[in-house]
Design a protein around this ligand. Sequence first.
Ligand SMILES: [Zn+2]
Length: 116
Amino acid sequence: MNKIKIMEASVKKWDRIIAGKGSDGGVFDCPPCRIFYVLICIGCPISEYTGKKFCKGSPYPDWYWHQIEEHGEFRKKVRCDECLRLATAMRNYMQEIVDHLKAEAEKKKKLKQNGP
Ligand SMILES: [Zn+2]
């Protein structure tokens, strides 16, 4: 299991939402949720990054509550400028985690090269 690939898939999911071509089905179509939600987020790259569970500490709760309070639709997608802003924040946060994981992998590689 490659956590970088999982998070890259998550960036793509949010890219599609921003482009108006996709919707957010929460845990049902979130690449890391598919693996880690049943484990109550243990091992999830988002949870490891935020230090919290269920995407708390990420931009997701703002997106979620905006969808519920402003639009009240089951299918969460971009319906107004605020949706677009929040979806972009989420997309960028997923990318930030990809960059973080890549930097960590690079660090490990260097340690191995310099190690005994
Ligand atoms: Zn909206």
